[in-house]
Design a protein around this ligand. Structure first.
Ligand code: BGP
Length: 485
């Protein structure tokens, strides 16, 4: 007889919340001693389907450094969370958030990346943010590096391509682990670490003048340094704050074969391996053989120090997190294209897409959750999910974003199904609970929020915050622990 012993829905202590990144919300890019970061030298895209996150050269950085405005660099202005954090956290609390994922801008704490002492004023800002969250019983979940590092480390050492970055990063992590001991239960090392294979925005290493082979060589070397830094940060955290947990974070792209032709099925498997390589290293603690083979066949050589592999094995992450926006289709022989900030294969005729061409696939989230659970048996958290859309403000100030509710509802239903399948899913933070600057295009009009921010693409607006229909909907979802969708 079939017996229902599994949890029927979200566990009681399920972590509902939202996620942001320093360089997309904070603004105040040069306030209180902060140094310029890699995210703040990337120019705004000229059209919606173009991503500019990798388009950086030494010359473009020099130009950016001389430019003290935020006209071409909207990530410098964000939505001024730096001065609105109290109001914004109050709104998160009103929705009932249990957790808030945000990142610490490394450049606020070590403005040049290599100072001996941290910048006290930068730490003071995060002291206040964390205190405000704890006041409302919202658990902080902190990303240590969300697509940025001090620009000085790019100029001096070409970012993560140089092993030197490990030393600077772990000095930064030691400072924040000690400072926030007992206050922050969850940390993540690198946001969407797998996107480091696509270049500058994740690794802070300029490679635009290299050929394809040398680009890959540089990127995978930089990623190796991040793997080691991540293991060392995990070690530090467990020593400094034994109750706190460290997670890894990938942009998960569920990949389907374009046809049942075994060549397509195999191509999809390979594409999937390129994605799961990162969780394999960070959760299993070793380079998988399929990647060793890939490196050998492509004449890529990862330089390692003798203790590196041991460190990876000794200090794997405690939990796995990922962003999920869409799925992709892979056909044998096709080169990957980039849509938004995501590599994507061909069109899937069964799916609709967002205005930015991201293919909407809630069932893919269930497939992904089941696969990751089967593969790693570690607690999982979906730390980004959402729909980027243009919102219309009605004459009375209301915003009817039924499309956003529909997107999120369908994904939450699939998370619930995955939990019923036995997956240990511990939390869900939607991307951009408050409107923010887009990572891939630096637009303001690509909005994800439950909270509207009055600011346009040119940076005009009062920055006034207001509640969209989805605000009240998510509030109900949380208060009913996912029963009222
Ligand atoms: C992820 C990033 C986020 C976020 C999100 C949406 O890749 O981790 O920083 O921005 O994508 O992307 P976009 O802002 O380009 O719509």
């Amino acid at each position: 007889m079939y017996k229902k012993t599994y949890p029927l829905s979200f566990p009681k202590d399920f972590l509902w919340g939202g996620a942001t990144a320093a360089n997309q919300v904070e603004g105040a890019w040069d306030a209180d001693g902060k140094g310029l970061t890699t995210a703040e030298v990337v120019k705004k895209a000229e059209n919606r389907r173009e991503t500019t996150m990798g388009d950086v050269t030494k010359q473009s950085i020099k130009t950016a450094i001389k430019d003290h405005s935020d006209k071409f660099y909207p990530k410098r202005r964000g939505v001024d969370f730096y001065h609105h954090y109290k109001e914004d956290i109050k709104l998160f609390a009103e929705m009932g958030f249990k957790v808030y994922r945000f990142s610490i801008a490394w450049g606020r704490i070590f403005p040049q990346g290599d100072e001996k002492e941290p910048n006290e004023a930068g730490l003071a800002f995060y002291d206040k943010v964390i205190a405000e969250l704890l006041k409302y019983n919202i658990k902080p979940l902190i990303t240590l590096s969300h697509y940025e590092m001090p620009i000085n480390l790019t100029l001096k050492h070409n970012g993560w391509s140089d092993r030197h970055a490990i030393k600077e990063f772990t000095r930064f992590t030691e400072v924040v682990f000690k400072r926030y001991r007992g206050k922050v239960p969850y940390w993540l090392t690198f946001n969407e670490i797998n996107t480091g294979a696509w270049g500058f925005h994740e690794t802070g290493a300029i490679d635009s003048d290299l050929n394809e082979h040398d680009q890959l060589q540089l990127r995978y070397q930089a990623l190796h340094h991040q793997f080691v830094a991540s293991a060392l940060a995990t070690k530090q955290l467990h020593e400094i704050d034994p109750k706190a947990q460290m997670g890894c974070m990938i942009a998960r792209m569920q990949t389907y074969p374009a046809t049942p032709n075994p060549t397509d099925v195999r191509a999809a498997q390979v594409a999937d391996e390129q994605n799961l390589f990162f969780t394999d290293v960070q959760a299993r603690g070793e380079y998988p053989e399929y990647m060793n083979r890939y490196f050998a066949e492509n004449e890529l050589q990862i330089t390692m120090e003798p203790q590196d592999q041991k460190l990876l094995k000794q200090f794997p992450v405690d939990f796995i997190t990922f962003s999920y926006y869409m799925s992709t289709v892979t056909k044998a022989g096709d080169k990957q294209k980039t849509v938004g900030n995501f590599a994507s294969g061909g069109r899937n005729p069964y799916l609709e897409e967002s205005d930015w061409g991201w293919q909407i696939d809630p069932i893919g989230l269930r497939v992904t959750l089941n696969e990751l659970w089967d593969r790693y048996r570690l607690p999982l958290m979906v730390v980004e999910n959402g729909l980027g859309a243009v919102d219309k403000v009605e004459a009375d100030g209301s915003i009817h974003d039924a499309y956003r509710i529909d997107y999120l509802r369908k994904h939450i239903v699939e998370m619930q199904e995955a939990i019923r399948d036995g997956v240990e899913l511990i939390g869900y933070t939607t991307w951009g609970p408050i409107d923010l600057i887009s990572a891939s295009t630096s637009e303001m009009s690509k909005r994800y929020g439950f909270i509207y921010v009055d600011q346009d693409d040119a940076g005009n607006g009062s920055l006034k915050r207001s509640r969209k229909d989805s605000f009240y909907w998510y509030q109900r979802v949380i208060s009913s622990n996912g029963d009222s969708l």
